[in-house]
Write a new protein. Structure first.
Lengths: 163, 109
């Protein structure tokens, strides 16, 4: 069983951060900061969690002039932390949403030419699942199975799977 | 059906196996339908016995399916026990179990 379905192509990044060392550092700092939120996995993130993650992500010494006590203080209010977590998760999903939109458009365009392209639906479904939308993923992948097994995509299309 | 032109029969079978695998996985991970997830993953394994990921997720789906069904049955019989006046006692414990199951069902939806 050699041939696996082709993975959706990731969109190219708009800028090459490595061309500008300062921008690259800020970019890595931002990524490290977001990761620190994702990895904290506890109700209150303290400054030490963020510093620890920054050190891990940047692979460099992060020097701080602060007291031990200050590091154990919560970094955000509960509401701010919740919002930050949600924004970080949304940022992570943003490229996936672009991929899903592009794939669904491609599926629709090919379908207009009566080309039902199950692999496109499968890849869009995989991307939807990765973005956490399991209902849409089920719809798209089910359509792909139906097409591959010769049952045709029409039932699924009427149900709005590729809409 | 122009999409068909780009696959040979082996590739077509591989794609079908992969599609069943992903459908099973989505149904299981999204907690949408464990019975269907098991049958999709069984089909993936049948079409491609070398797909080790499918074996893993099939195992997980079967575990979840059994757990769900057993819990459901436990809920049914314990509700009957309460309805009959809980003659052996342990009423709070039973109610707590049923409440926790309800909470779990709500959060997984």
């Amino acid at each position: 069983m050699g041939a696996a379905p082709r993975k959706p192509k990731l969109p190219e990044t708009e800028t090459t951060l490595l061309d500008e060392p300062q921008a690259a550092f800020h970019g890595r700092l931002t990524v490290a900061f977001i990761r620190s939120l994702e990895w904290a996995e506890k109700p209150r993130i303290v400054f030490d969690d963020i510093i620890g993650r920054l050190r891990k992500e940047l692979g460099e010494d992060v020097h701080l002039r602060t007291s031990e006590e200050a590091l154990t203080r919560p970094a955000f209010s509960s509401a701010a932390q919740f919002e930050l977590m949600q924004s970080a998760a949304e940022l992570e999903r943003a490229p996936l949403r672009k991929i899903i939109a592009v794939l669904k458009r491609a599926v629709e365009q090919r379908q207009k030419a009566e080309d039902y392209w199950p692999e496109g639906r499968l890849n869009a479904g995989i991307a939807c699942a990765a973005a956490g939308d399991h209902h849409q993923a089920r719809q798209l992948i089910k359509e792909a199975v139906d097409i591959l097994e010769g049952r045709g995509p029409l039932e699924g299309d009427r149900a709005g799977g590729t809409q | 059906m122009r999409w068909m032109e780009s696959y040979n029969p082996q590739e077509m079978q591989a794609l079908l196996a992969e599609t069943h695998y992903h459908l099973g996985r989505v149904l299981c991970e999204g907690e949408l339908d464990f019975d269907r997830a098991v049958s999709e993953l069984e089909e993936a394994v049948r079409l491609d016995p070398d797909n080790i990921r499918a074996h893993y997720h099939l195992g997980q789906a079967i575990r979840q399916q059994i757990e769900r069904n057993k819990f459901k049955r436990a809920e049914e019989v314990l509700r009957i026990y309460l309805m009959k006046g809980a003659p052996l006692g342990h009423e709070d414990e039973v109610r707590e179990f049923l409440g926790s199951r309800k909470r779990q069902e709500t959060t997984s939806r």
